[in-house]
Design a protein around this ligand. Structure first.
Ligand SMILES: [Fe+2]
Length: 424
């Protein structure tokens, strides 16, 4: 099946639960780590990537670019053209698959845990290393996404697929935890089923459901990898949009919305994934959505949102701890989503496709889906969050861990990293 498909009808865009309540009082802000604090171990980087925006570091709206240019700005029309597909789709060669298979099987045979797979512990052939490092450049500084086809996930046992995929990821970035359980190998699969009612979005991560995911970014600190092991019966299709094309469109047509997105007064839920061993952390983050760190070039502006994390803060609003979303913010969310839908490239991931997406320059979405009835396997994607600190080409962020090798992610307390081979 061709990877490009006609976009499905636009879904409704609204929080699945009730509305918010007026502000009763303001809570104090999070206590930042001391300047120069060591961030070299899991214990010290707790919940890295879940900091408030440091407002002293960000560019005020009036000085943000009205139009961004360069390779990060692209259009659906451009990428849909068959002659341009080689710019974002590539099939693994037989030689590359053979090299990955050898390395992954050797790793499994050695008995070493998958959690120890990283650049320093593996040794892929130089040609493959160089392919992966140039892919990283392309994703971080170019279009922001790429699809590798032909990972033989049906032929390999899951432990070999997992090892090979982690090895690919190791050359793109550094694995970080994707949840409070320390998963560095994630499983995007509907395991919540009927437990997800739409009223409990503060307790359930959407990747564990079959619900639509509106345009959003993850908390990878760099790149996200999604590798398709099994498809759904219907739906579950992917969209990606250039954040900079989106920003340019908003600045041209709705500068009021662009301004609202740049204000650092958006409260994102942390869904309870908060360390208890450190005091002073709020169960939410106060951030800007459109952000450019002072002194950075225009093409380092980020647009980072996840509507579910904004909608699910109702309990804090009701407790008077944070203000509700304002009318302007709700409208800005709506306009952002509609604009992204208009500009996005739509694709269907086939079994064996590995999609890589930058959290800095691309927003991604997926349609709601329905699984095959048992015993057919449910839709299943393996997920990686691959941190790319500034020293490895990552974009500068307004957070204190910008140059930590494992910036981003959801590291709760000292939860060790884990690579479960199925969703749990
Ligand atoms: Fe995502």
């Amino acid at each position: 099946m061709a990877p490009v498909a006609t976009a499905p009808p636009a879904p409704s865009f609204a929080p699945p639960a009730g509305d918010t309540h007026p502000l009763k009082s303001q809570a104090g802000s999070r206590v930042p780590p001391p300047p120069g604090a060591e961030v070299s171990s899991l214990a010290n980087i707790l919940t890295s990537g879940q900091y408030d925006t440091d407002v002293s570091l960000i560019t005020p709206y009036e000085q943000l670019p009205t139009k961004i240019e360069g390779p990060t700005v692209w259009t659906r029309e451009e990428y849909e053209k068959p002659e341009n597909q080689e710019r974002w789709i590539r099939r693994w060669s037989e030689e590359e698959i053979g090299q990955l298979e050898t390395a992954a099987k050797d790793w499994v045979a050695s008995g070493r845990p998958h959690e120890e797979i990283e650049r320093a512990t593996i040794n892929l052939p130089l040609s493959l290393q160089s392919t992966l490092l140039s892919l990283r450049q392309k994703i971080l500084h170019g279009s922001g996404f790429y699809v590798f086809k032909g990972f033989p996930v049906d032929r390999w046992p899951i432990e070999v697929t997992a090892a090979a995929y982690l090895m690919v990821g190791a050359y793109l970035g550094n694995s970080v935890s994707q949840n409070g359980r320390g998963h560095i190998l994630g499983h995007v699969k509907d395991i919540e089923g009927d437990k997800f009612t739409g009223d409990n979005i503060d307790k359930i991560r959407i990747y564990r459901t079959s619900a639509r995911q509106h345009f959003h970014v993850d908390s990878s600190g760099g790149l996200i990898g999604l590798c398709c092991l099994a498809r759904s019966l219907e739906g579950g299709e992917s969209d990606v949009v250039s954040s900079h094309a989106l920003w340019n469109h908003l600045q041209a047509h709705r500068p009021d919305v662009a301004r609202t997105l740049a204000e650092p007064n958006w409260y994102f839920d942390r869904k309870g994934e908060v360390s208890t061993s450190k005091e002073g952390q709020n169960p939410w983050m106060k951030r800007s959505i459109a952000t450019l760190v002072k002194g950075q070039p225009d093409n380092r502006l980020t647009v980072q949102i996840d509507p579910y994390y904004l909608w699910s803060t109702t309990r804090f609003v009701e407790a008077g701890q944070i203000p509700p979303l304002s009318a302007a913010q709700k409208e800005a969310m709506q306009v952002l989503e509609e604009t992204a839908q208009k500009l996005a490239l739509h694709m269907i991931l086939e079994v064996g496709d590995c999609q890589f997406v930058s959290d800095s320059s691309v927003l991604h979405a997926r349609t709601a889906y329905k699984d095959h009835p048992p015993p057919h396997p449910r839709r299943h994607l393996l997920r990686l969050w691959l941190s790319t600190p500034v020293s490895e080409g990552g974009w500068v962020t307004p957070f204190p861990d910008a140059d930590h090798p494992r910036r981003g992610g959801i590291q709760v307390d000292e939860q060790p990293h884990r690579c479960p081979l199925d969703a749990e």
